[in-house]
Design a binder for this molecule. Structure first.
Ligand code: IMP
Length: 427
């Protein structure tokens, strides 16, 4: 058996949570491999909306196991809150949720360091979610981090004190940064105590054993490929490998065990936080996309920046991830427009290029668009591929030909039911 990977091809918020929830019945195990509570995976079913931050999106199904892999960073406070919410929905967390002993812990002082660093950067800030993600991964690669497995060890308190002390010395270097650690720390230590009753595993052994037994595993990505630490729009990125290779290091899965790579993208494009966004619209079209698409962050509530779909960026993400199937989200949002635009190329150094250059800063690249007719029909009640308007089918086929990967699912609304499976001519 192989591990299928599902990940975002843009700047996050593509709708990974919804699709993982929809395809979970096809799998035995759902595993998150990177990121942490900077993510906000939204699921809707039976008239209710649920937002998950650290826990895999398969958790609402009774017969699947959910694994938080070694590549994930966990804030015990947020994790506990998530678990308590799930218990209200009768999810048997102790049975359905397994946590890698090798996942790193976000400390309260990591959150403070994140905030201090952003404050110091001023108008050059990353636009971080301020969940402590960057500082936690820094301690991981700097070999200073605390891991889930340490929580049960005899030297936990001592190691915590030592790392906390180091962070406080660092915080002392940030001028004018004020904080009150005590209440944060109390809540955190209580949450660590709470975590001690959860199920910790050596997830690399567990997952490889499951594969050996013939179990199907889905690896769930967080953020998006254009936020990847190596291949994203650095430095305006997150601090983990969000791409398919991240599933190998974040779960302990060998590259030859990766099967399908599902790439999710919105029918347009959004970004939250700072950094270049070549197709961003600063006009009423951008505002209409934001309003129709409810484009506000699931974790921070911040308004998302909106623009047309960007083919050079998508082609890049497809190449880096080895995407085998595409899933197009939020087609219904584009029903608001007479015409729909697609960025096919960039103007770069006086040439037209169709790939992502080193810098995609607006001063370097200018998007070149092709217009396609809009469909102007409400799609949200449609459930079958033959109900879709001709103009939308033309849009999908055009994208598919440009991207050279089949688009096998089209989503027409946030609910589980609003998902249309499609046989592609390329499949
Ligand atoms: P951090 O990972 O919280 O440090 O944020 C770094 C950048 O990634 C910022 O621009 C965030 O807005 C963005 N980001 C982080 N997580 C997500 C996500 O789940 N969806 C969309 N953007 C994200």
């Amino acid at each position: 058996m192989k591990v299928d990977v599902l990940l975002g091809l843009q700047w996050g918020d593509e709708g990974k949570g919804k699709i993982v929830d929809v395809i979970t019945p096809d799998y035995g195990v759902i595993a998150r491999f990177q990121g942490g509570p900077n993510a906000g995976h939204t699921l809707e079913f039976e008239g209710r909306k649920h937002v998950l931050h650290t826990i895999p999106s398969g958790i609402f199904h009774d017969n699947q196991l959910n694994v938080v892999g070694n590549g994930v960073v966990i804030d015990p406070v947020i994790f506990r809150r998530e678990i308590e919410k799930l218990k209200e929905h009768n999810v048997d967390v102790n049975k359905q949720l397994l946590i890698s002993r090798k996942a790193h812990l976000i400390l309260p002082t990591h959150r403070l360091l994140d905030a201090a660093s952003e404050q110091e950067k001023g108008n050059k800030k990353i636009g971080s979610t301020l969940k402590g993600i960057g500082p936690t991964y820094m301690d991981k690669t700097g070999r200073n981090g605390l891991r889930v497995g340490d929580v049960l060890g005899p030297q936990f308190e001592e190691r915590y004190e030592s790392l906390r002390g180091k962070h406080l010395r660092l915080l002392g270097h940030f001028e004018g940064f004020e904080f009150d650690l005590d209440p944060m720390e109390k809540e955190w230590l209580d949450a660590v105590e709470y975590m001690r009753d959860l199920t910790f595993i050596d997830s690399e052994h567990y997952l490889n054993n499951q594969l050996r037994k013939g179990e199907r595993i889905l690896a769930e990505g967080a953020q998006g490929s254009l936020l990847d630490i190596d291949f994203g729009s650095y430095p305006f990125v997150t601090s983990s490998n969000t791409i398919s290779a991240g599933a190998c290091t974040g779960l302990g899965i060998a590259p030859n065990r990766i099967g399908e790579v599902f790439g999710i993208f919105k029918a347009y494009c959004t970004r939250v936080g700072s950094g270049p966004f070549p197709t961003e619209l600063h006009d009423e079209t951008g505002e209409l996309l934001r309003a129709k698409g409810h484009e506000f962050g699931a974790t921070t509530g911040r308004p998302r920046r909106c623009g047309w779909i960007d083919l050079p960026a998508l082609k890049y993400a497809i190449m880096i991830n080895g995407v085998t199937r595409l899933i197009m989200m939020k087609a219904d949002v584009l029903s608001a427009f007479e015409e729909v635009k697609v960025c096919t190329h960039y103007e770069y150094n006086g040439e037209e290029i169709d790939y992502l250059p080193y810098s995609i800063d607006p001063s370097e690249v200018k998007p070149v668009y092709k217009s396609l007719p809009g469909w102007h029909q409400d799609l949200t009640g449609m459930r079958n591929i033959d109900e879709l308007p001709k103009e939308l089918n033309d849009y999908i086929e055009y994208l598919e030909k440009q991207l050279e990967v089949p688009i096998t699912v089209v989503s027409v609304g946030p609910d589980r039911e609003q998902t249309i499976r499609r046989d592609s001519v390329l499949a």
